[in-house]
Design a protein around this ligand. Structure first.
Ligand code: SF4
Length: 356
């Protein structure tokens, strides 16, 4: 295994935390992440040492108590995995002035005086995509302040990461945490064209939202009306992805019933979070054929999909992955993965079974 970094305990961090419970008295030894129960008299001895001011005596006691066993690694020897997701704090300002804002409207009390630059964002995305594990989704999140104050950067990052992710055969996904008031039609189009989770912060109804989250620089103007107007088109079709999955399912069922194809349909979900929209077992002329189908709303720049590891293990004979899209043209996306527009799905199934 390659060591890519080490977790070093901060010398200023506390070393222990003493606490009692109904079960007795305990100490959490923080650098070792271990909790010990005190036996009879043990707590008094520990308290005497920890309050003596003798740091080397305390360190010796803690080290003795929590020393790793022969077959264990020390905490600072743990391999730090390459990140699989990043959050980009793209904006240093906000169009709202919430009474409780933790971020000083994105400037973080002067720690972030400028919005993020393209060079910084691109470096972070490059580092993420260059080191990510291709067998799991990669996520890029956008935060602020209000991220859509820096809309051009958000859009540029998404298009760049989607392209680069496709070239690297990565499943790149996105998320944004926004106050929702600045969302425009082009943002929604971008969200729909990419796999993007959208979290909108809102405080209760209009009166609570308006009193706690007024618009910046507009005395007495609340934000509820702007929020409601901006998110209405987004809410009008929040289920576009699942709806398309349903359309694909309908198409598969129609192909089975109207073309007499011997298809069995399954889903693949594991408790570890691996999933596949459809697993199809079909009877070809020479034998059974397994297909993995994923429904995607994108039409262009569709990234190839790798089979979930658990599925590849269970069904080693499964090699063909089809990404079904609402339109576009049929295209080979990678070895074993093709894009099939939904109008061609039934015909493509017939061809595959004829050849299988
Ligand atoms: S929307 Fe978020 S960043 Fe903006 S002022 Fe409110 S809490 Fe702060």
């Amino acid at each position: 295994m390659k060591t890519v970094g080490r977790v070093i305990a901060d010398p200023a961090a506390p070393l222990f935390h003493r606490f009692d419970s109904l079960a007795g008295q305990h100490v959490l030894i923080i650098p070792h992440s271990r909790i010990f129960d005190f036996g009879r008299g043990g707590a008094a001895e520990f308290d005497e040492i920890s309050s003596s001011g003798d740091q080397s005596r305390l360190n010796g006691f803690l080290d003795h108590l929590a020393a790793p066993l022969a077959d264990e690694d020390t905490l600072d020897g743990i391999v730090a995995p390459a990140p699989q997701s990043i959050s980009l704090n793209v904006s240093s300002s906000c169009n709202l002035s919430c009474s409780y804002c933790y971020a000083a409207r994105g400037a973080f009390n002067g720690a972030q005086p400028e919005p993020m630059s393209w060079n910084t964002a691109r470096s972070a995305i490059d580092a993420l995509l260059n080191g990510a594990d291709a067998s799991a989704p990669v996520t890029i999140g956008f935060l602020g302040g209000e991220p859509f104050v820096n809309r051009p950067l958000v859009h540029r990052c998404i298009l760049y990461a989607a392209d680069k992710g496709q070239a690297k055969a990565l499943d790149v996904r996105f998320s944004v945490t926004t106050n929702g008031t600045l969302i425009r039609a082009d943002d929604i189009a971008l969200m729909r064209a990419h796999r993007m989770a959208v979290t909108i912060s809102i405080d209760g109804g209009a009166s609570v939202q308006n009193s706690q989250r007024p618009s910046t620089g507009r005395r007495g103007v609340g934000s509820f009306a702007a929020l409601a107007k901006a998110v209405e088109p987004l809410l009008a079709s929040p289920q576009a992805g699942p709806l398309f999955e349903t359309l694909v399912l309908g198409e598969l069922v129609r192909a089975r019933d109207h073309r007499g194809l011997a298809l069995s349909l399954f889903f693949w979900r594991t408790k570890e979070g691996e999933e596949l929209d459809f697993l199809v077992r079909a009877q070809g002329r020479r034998g059974p054929l397994w297909l993995a189908l994923e429904a995607k709303l994108a039409v262009q720049n569709v990234p190839p999909l790798q089979l979930p590891k658990s599925l590849a293990r269970e069904l080693p004979e499964l090699r063909d992955v089809w990404i079904v899209t609402p339109g576009g043209s049929e295209a080979r996306l990678s070895d074993g993965c093709i894009q099939v527009p939904i109008p061609k799905l039934a015909e493509r199934l017939v061809q595959a079974l004829d050849g299988a």
